[in-house]
Ligand binder design. Structure first.
Ligand SMILES: NC(=O)c1ccc[n+]([C@@H]2O[C@H](COP(=O)([O-])OP(=O)(O)OC[C@H]3O[C@@H](n4cnc5c(N)ncnc54)[C@H](O)[C@@H]3O)[C@@H](O)[C@H]2O)c1
Length: 405
């Protein structure tokens, strides 16, 4: 790549370090054209991450926000100002309808609590604008199905925020396992996440299953999306155990006790015979995730670790081992540090690259509403299995929800 093109990066172009360079003197740091305007609906920690990566990506600008919490609006304004010092201020809307129907805006980024997604999407979809809807797309199979139907009828882009696919470890795993087929046909999938408890949220919605969908829907839809992706077919049965062992045992909000689990083991069987397992522990002093794929021609393992310890260990790892048949490889997949630090190891940044590429009609690997739906199906089945102690057959679960797919 020629050096000039390489350095014409929107992140450098908008860096406050180079803010002193007059517009007419910019070459490498000339900002690209801001072709699209997006509104953010829900400006908490995730909405603000979307504002940050929109500013970094550079082809779009955040036009305005809608959020009933004044502190979230202030946070959004502060984040926006970092990328547009002295520039146009965020429009603050006083209703969802106003934010969704502003003719100045091309796209809507929905980052409200999970239980509100269907109601927000109904208003957003009526606008006909491009939509990036955060995961989990809904808290129940029925609501997820309703959103999938709205997405199918939507005349513009409708993307789901299952952006772990863009973490460097999974980008490389997808390339090795699904594109290069280095390990042959994938037979088993093992995924693990060990991490800190759920963080504080506005009105603590993530401590209650009725608002979040339950831990295995809220957080783990990311991993079930990856599982479904690597299995490359539909899940047929799910069995899970889990409990609330450590976190939020005495937590109450508005007079209600938290009812979410903090650990689980989930087994998923797929239609093509692929077996998968997922282990969650949310009382670990780290953010650690790992995936192992075993194929008939090798084994692939990736991991990502953030334990805040000194010592400079690589925070990602990948190994592809093929015995005496093919070369074996180990490494540390990564993006440039400034992209990784923008959130979720750079995955949100590349999710935005894909969102805008989708708007421009390019082919991307972003999550569709159907993929979002199937991630909810596995998560909801796992939640049901934990509650009942019984395996859940996916066909039965769909029938119970009045769905024949
Ligand atoms: N893709 C990811 O990796 C990822 C990471 C974090 C959160 N999320 C998702 O993003 C969404 C928001 O999560 P968060 O962590 O930012 O929560 P949060 O509590 O930090 O922020 C939610 C914001 O939405 C606002 N809000 C509530 N109801 C609203 C409504 N009807 N209209 C507009 N705004 C409303 C709240 O005031 C708050 O500011 C959730 O769906 C969550 O699962 C995704």
């Amino acid at each position: 790549m020629p050096i000039g093109k390489e350095f014409r990066n929107p992140v450098f172009a908008r860096s406050p370090i180079f803010a002193y360079i007059p517009a007419e003197d910019r070459y490498l740091f000339a900002p690209g054209e801001e072709r699209y305007r997006f509104n953010v609906i829900g400006a908490g920690v995730n909405g603000q991450e979307h504002i940050r990566v929109t500013g970094m990506e550079g082809r779009a600008v955040i036009h305005g926000v809608y959020d009933p919490n004044p502190l979230s609006i202030m946070g959004a304004q502060g984040m926006h100002a970092q990328f547009r010092p002295g520039g146009q201020k965020l429009v603050v809307y006083d209703s969802l309808e106003a934010a969704c129907n502003d003719p100045a805006v091309d796209g809507l980024i929905i980052a409200t609590p999970n239980f509100s997604h269907l109601d927000v999407v109904r208003v957003a979809a009526a606008s006909g604008k491009h939509i990036l809807l955060e995961k989990p797309m809904a808290t129940t199979v029925c609501d997820a199905h309703a959103i999938m139907r709205l997405a199918e009828a939507h005349p513009a882009v409708f993307q789901i925020g299952l952006q772990y696919r863009y973490k460097p470890i999974y980008v490389e795993a997808i390339h090795e396992a699904l594109e290069r087929k280095t390990i042959g046909d994938v037979k088993t999938i093992t995924i693990l996440e060990h991490r800190f408890p759920f963080l504080d949220k506005v009105k603590q919605w993530n401590k209650f299953s009725k608002y979040s969908g339950g831990t295995l829907v809220e957080k783990c839809c990311h991993y079930f999306d990856l599982m479904n992706l690597f299995a490359q077919t539909r899940p047929v049965s799910v069995y899970a155990t889990g409990s609330a062992a450590v976190n939020f045992l005495d937590f109450e909000y508005g007079g209600e006790k938290s009812d979410i689990i903090d650990n689980a083991f989930v087994i998923v069987k797929y239609a093509n015979g692929v077996s998968a397992s997922f282990n969650l522990c949310m009382f670990s002093p780290m953010f650690y995730e790992e995936m192992v794929l075993c194929g008939d021609d090798g084994r692939l393992k990736v991991s990502e670790n953030e334990d805040f310890l000194p010592g400079g260990q690589p925070d990602t790892y990948m190994e592809v081992k093929c015995g005496d048949r093919k070369p074996t490889r180990t490494g540390s997949p990564c993006y440039p540090a400034f992209i990784q630090s923008s959130g979720h190891h750079g995955a949100t940044y590349f999710e935005h690259v894909s969102f805008i590429d989708n708007i421009e009609g390019k082919q991307t690997a972003s999550a569709t509403a159907a993929e979002g739906f199937w991630s909810i199906v596995v998560g909801a089945a796992a939640e049901q299995s934990v509650r009942t102690g019984q395996p859940v057959l996916i066909d039965e679960l769909l029938r119970e929800n009045g769905l024949e797919l």
